[in-house]
Write a protein that binds this ligand. Structure first.
Ligand SMILES: C[S@@+](CC[C@H](N)C(=O)[O-])C[C@H]1O[C@@H](n2cnc3c(N)ncnc32)[C@H](O)[C@@H]1O
Ligand SMILES: Nc1nc2[nH]cc(C(=O)O)c2c(=O)[nH]1
Ligand code: SF4
Ligand SMILES: [Mg+2]
Length: 207
């Protein structure tokens, strides 16, 4: 049976929530509560959370319950991820988190309209369903996954669209990282506006 998801963002399909350390990008190393919403149709063949794709598999959960859970932990920052979290209206959830003084970070492909009140937006553009152009000026961080050589060109196209203060990261696709990481190292040394981002949680064996 298809779930009826209200458009006001008070109920969201929650796949999992866990307190851990942000493993990637600018906020690497910081304690944060992760909220993983189900549902994504971007279709990255190398996606490391394919179990998230079908929203129907994940129970509709009151945003108020998610906020209560997040507020139980000492690290007052959340990372809202998925799946593709911007499929949903995130205004209600993020406003409630911010009322409690919790910082709001998002991981998004940018393929859906921007909603929510954010302290940090990590935009990770995908060739399989490109971001909406209107999100690029709002990104605090651009994190491009490098799966093959052509992704460097794709990364530069997006670097030209984000704001001048946006942090620029190249992150190796996990299954190909042995081959790709040396290429990123060389690229960053030649083009130092970029930095390398590693999925450090996978090395640390934490969620
Ligand atoms: C699973 S996605 C969920 C959020 C959103 N759908 C997105 O893609 O940004 C979270 C982050 O993991 C990255 N990611 C996913 N699969 C990966 C892989 N195999 N190797 C490296 N990074 C990956 C994504 O690019 C994104 O930055
Ligand atoms: N520790 C940790 N850091 C992360 N940064 C982005 C993640 C994600 O899946 O969105 C992720 C994740 O799944 N775990
Ligand atoms: S956009 Fe994100 S969640 Fe969706 S398939 Fe790509 S990496 Fe996975
Ligand atoms: Mg992950």
């Amino acid at each position: 049976m298809k779930q009826d998801i209200p458009e006001d963002g008070t109920l969201l399909p929650l796949m999992e929530e866990f307190y851990t350390i942000q493993g990637e990008g600018f906020n690497t190393g910081k304690a944060a509560y992760f909220i993983r919403l189900g549902g994504c149709d971007v279709g990255c063949h190398w996606c490391d959370v394919k179990e998230s794709w079908d929203a129907e598999m994940h129970p509709l959960t009151p945003a108020d319950v998610i906020v209560e859970n997040a507020d139980k932990f000492p690290g007052k920052a959340v990372v809202i991820t998925g799946g593709e979290p911007l499929i949903y209206n995130l205004d209600y959830l993020t406003n409630k988190l911010k009322e409690r003084g919790i910082l709001t970070f998002i991981e998004t492909s940018g393929a859906y309209p921007l909603s929510g009140n954010w302290d940090w937006i990590c935009l990770s553009p995908k060739k399989f369903k490109a971001p909406r152009p209107d999100i690029t000026p709002f990104a605090h961080e651009l994190k491009v996954i490098v799966f093959n050589k052509s992704d460097f060109k794709w990364a530069e196209e997006y670097a030209a669209m984000v704001s001048p203060t946006c942090k620029l990261y190249l992150q190796p696709e996990w299954s190909k990282s042995k081959e790709i990481t040396p290429m990123i190292i060389e690229y960053v040394m030649a083009n130092p506006k970029w930095e390398i981002s590693l999925q450090t949680h996978k090395f640390l064996n934490i969620p």
